[in-house]
Ligand binder design. Structure first.
Ligand SMILES: [Zn+2]
Length: 496
């Protein structure tokens, strides 16, 4: 957009038109996207299953991104990797370069922390062949888990506390309405109950280490000898439930004090996220395919780009023109009523009364920009791990970049999208043989199409990160014996 233009509408397909569309989508988001879409896109995300992606490496990178998060809120971290292989198979030297980016400044200790975690994984990989040393392995695993929970503790505590009252009421209701025999008869009931019992034990543990208000819990709780076993049990129950498929616990909802509900899986998915990531790191270190990776020398690099100012349309009319242009480019099957456009434009001009907004490039896009605009000696892995599913803007970026690559071009993938529109947001620069103007144009058209759908209140197309629960190995009989023993102990304790 030129500052002196009379209409103050960014030219169609310009970077500022992309930014304005995302701003428009971000306020439409709340009211216009169906709840069903939200349910499907956030469901138990696992790495995408596209040809050419090394799923094992993808899961490792997603787990690393998850354990890097430490702040209680608003922190998203992405991680890319470059692996230097040696031509000589017996030579395990070479290097692994991990590239980190965040949506805001990273803590200064992040590099040392990641190196420390990596060292734990290296030791686990070494122990891999020494089957006679199970204690050493367990010790190593416990050390790694403690290190990770200490780093992540503010975030972990927030997740655990978020639905505490509702989850404990749910356990109480189950205990009043379900007999021990019922719980022992049905695997899914046994797993739900086992999960809740472990959760309530975790809450007791947190109370025992409370040093003030509810949210002032000493981080030393993670070194309590009961912490890891409790989390192991909670994670096992959650994993078993997940393996039973979507419907095993989607139907179970937590009733919140405001009478709204939250699905049980959504809450426990977050509570167990770090534990699942630790399990993933452990299994990567022990994998026969990946363990060589742990012999390479690790280098950690942090990439960042300065925030930039985005100029938004300056009036209701300018917003209406922007929406009109986007709809024309999207060519919706049925025209959108002018009054919908006018009321949306009015809402936008009220919401964005600050015409100039400082915007950050989202972390996964920072890594894409880094990998495609920097001359590098070692080719990056085509998967970028992210601690959270990508927003609509970032999804359009990856999609557009990949579509513009020729058949030999190097594409990049992330875990998938949650379907939400976020603003502030800034369009990254791309290279790698893709022209910025074509890229911007493509992102614009993609977002315009989605925005048109949004205005029609049609749910967006489902993400590729849909449930992969069915692919998971289902629980073993031993798992359920464990849950049932837990339940028997629980009911016996109540009776006593
Ligand atoms: Zn994003």
């Amino acid at each position: 957009m030129t500052a002196g233009s009379t209409t103050a509408v960014p030219a169609a397909s310009s970077a500022d038109a992309v930014h304005a569309l995302l701003a428009a989508g971000s306020i439409a988001d709340v009211s216009l996207i169906s709840a069903e879409h939200d349910l499907h896109t956030t469901l138990l995300p696992q790495p995408v299953d596209s040809p050419g992606i090394d799923k094992r490496a993808a899961r490792l990178l997603d787990a690393l991104a998850a354990i890097l998060v430490s702040r209680a809120q608003h922190e998203v971290i992405a991680i890319g990797a470059q692996v230097q292989h040696s031509n000589d198979l017996s030579d395990h030297s070479g290097k692994l370069q991990l590239v980190l980016a965040a949506n805001a400044a990273l803590p200064q200790t992040i590099q040392a922390y990641l190196e420390e975690v990596w060292k734990c994984m290296q030791l686990l990989a070494e122990h891999r062949q020494q089957l006679r040393l199970p204690e050493a392995k367990d010790q190593q695993r416990a050390r790694m888990a403690e290190l990770i929970y200490r780093h992540n503790f503010p975030k972990f505590l927030r997740r655990v506390r978020k639905r505490e009252a509702a989850a404990l009421r749910f356990l109480e209701a189950m205990q009043n309405h379900i007999t021990k025999e019922d719980a022992l008869q049905y695997d899914s009931t046994a797993a739900v109950l086992s999960m809740l019992i472990h959760y309530s034990e975790l809450i007791d543990l947190l109370s025992a280490h409370q040093v003030g208000g509810k949210n002032e819990v000493s981080v030393d709780v993670v070194s309590d000898p009961n912490f890891l076993p409790t989390m192991d049990g909670l994670w096992l129950a959650f994993r078993n439930l997940r393996s039973m498929g979507e419907h095993s616990f989607h139907l179970w909802s937590l009733r919140l004090p405001d009478h709204s509900t939250v699905e049980l899986w959504r809450f426990f998915n977050k509570v167990t996220l770090i534990h699942g990531s630790i399990a993933e790191l452990e299994s990567a270190a022990r994998s026969t395919r990946l363990y060589r990776l742990f012999r390479k020398k690790l280098f950690v690099e942090i990439v960042d780009y300065p925030r930039k100012r985005v100029t938004l349309p300056t009036s209701q009319d300018a917003w209406a023109t922007l929406i009109d242009t986007a709809l024309n480019s999207a060519q919706p099957l049925k025209p959108i009523q002018p009054r919908v456009i006018q009321s949306t434009a009015a809402a936008l001009s009220t919401r964005f009364s600050d015409k100039s907004v400082s915007c950050e490039i989202h972390c996964e896009c920072k890594i894409l920009q880094h990998f495609t605009t920097t001359a590098y000696k070692i080719k990056p892995i085509n998967y970028i791990g992210v601690s959270k599913l990508s927003c609509t803007g970032c999804t359009a970026v990856f999609d557009s970049y990949n579509k513009l690559q020729n058949s030999q071009g190097h594409r990049f993938y992330t875990r998938g999208a949650h379907g939400k529109w976020y603003f502030p947001w800034f369009l990254p620069k791309v290279g790698g043989g893709v022209k910025q103007i074509d890229f911007t144009n493509r992102v614009y058209r993609k977002l315009a199409g989605q925005y048109a759908q949004c205005l029609k209140t049609v749910a967006l197309s489902h993400s590729s990160a849909l449930s992969e629960g069915s692919q998971e190995v289902s629980g073993t009989p031993e798992d359920f014996m464990y849950h049932k023993a837990k339940i028997v102990g629980f009911f016996d304790k109540i009776k006593a």
